[in-house]
Ligand binder design. Structure first.
Ligand SMILES: NC(=O)c1ccc[n+]([C@@H]2O[C@H](COP(=O)([O-])OP(=O)(O)OC[C@H]3O[C@@H](n4cnc5c(N)ncnc54)[C@H](O)[C@@H]3O)[C@@H](O)[C@H]2O)c1
Length: 255
């Protein structure tokens, strides 16, 4: 028996580093998956690798219409929705002075609007299923200022606060829905490679060439393990929590 046996879970940004690790772990633990991403490149290979009931949908998380279609498809295909992992995200480099308003809005639309739209679209479906879990991937950038990523910090801070507002609303509604956020430090994913080199995709070796042996970077699987816990019934009393996955970086301060 898997830890999320039979649960129907939407994972956004499923073709990225953390999304793929989530998909693989959730599949091993028995979930049925609705995997989404703005790109479709590599989706067939991912589905073929999973060995569980899973579908892939092209999905821009900043589109309200896309969200309605994704949630409706999940319920039509699997009869219910048990969890949403708001994982899709992006980063644009820039301090206050060199972040254009267009870049600010782009980061906000994906990282914060996307999570808002996802929570709002999924909540009625989770309630119809008798309860469920929302996991929002934030960052330690929500907890302290980081240089050169002004818009990203602000967007992830918004995700942290939004998570708590949704959690409180669900507690008051006694709807058995929980909403929690996860705050990684560095994770060895294509996002890190893209920020460092400007290139879109990367092998694990290429990513390692950027992160080296720094203890600021964990594996995508380290994040997936926490996300799995928050979706599973093991965390049934965990609501409105923020889980740092940072090897005490926040306690010691940035290196
Ligand atoms: N990698 C890190 O160091 C790190 C640290 C803290 C938090 N995070 C967060 O983890 C999450 C996953 O990031 P990752 O590191 O796996 O990056 P990644 O770039 O490997 O994956 C992100 C995925 O999101 C998708 N995406 C981007 N815009 C989208 C949109 N508008 N609609 C739908 N999908 C979209 C991309 O296509 C990509 O597949 C993000 O929210 C990111 O901010 C990452």
């Amino acid at each position: 028996m898997g830890r999320v046996d039979g649960k129907v879970v939407i994972i956004t940004g499923a073709l990225g580093g953390i999304g793929r690790a989530d998909a693989a772990l959730f599949a091993r633990e028995g979930a049925r998956l609705v995997l989404t991403d703005i790109t479709e490149k590599g989706a067939d290979d991912l589905l073929a690798s999973l060995g569980t009931e899973a579908i892939f949908l092209r999905h821009d998380v900043s589109s309200e219409d896309d969200w309605a279609r994704v949630v409706a498809t999940a319920e039509e295909r699997f009869g219910r929705l048990d969890a949403l992992v708001n994982n899709a995200g992006m980063m644009v480099l820039g301090n206050l002075g060199d972040t254009s308003f267009a870049d600010w809005r782009r980061v906000m639309s994906v990282n914060l609007d996307g999570v808002f739209l996802g929570c709002r679209a999924a909540l009625p479906a989770l309630e119809r299923a008798g309860g469920g879990a929302i996991v929002n991937i934030s960052s330690i950038a929500a907890m302290h200022g980081m240089p050169y990523v002004t818009a990203y910090c602000a967007s992830k801070g918004g995700v942290r606060s939004l998570t708590k507002a949704v959690a409180v609303q669900c507690r008051q509604a006694k709807n058995n829905v929980r909403c929690n956020s996860v705050h990684p430090d560095g994770v060895k994913t294509p996002m890190v490679f893209k920020v460092a080199t400007g290139q879109d995709s990367a092998t694990r070796e290429e990513i390692e060439s950027i992160t080296g042996s720094s203890d600021r970077f964990c594996e995508p699987e380290d994040i997936a393990a926490v996300v799995l816990f928050l979706v599973s019934d093991e965390s049934r009393y965990v609501n409105g929590a923020e889980i740092m996955v940072d090897n005490a970086a926040l306690v010691t301060g940035p290196a």
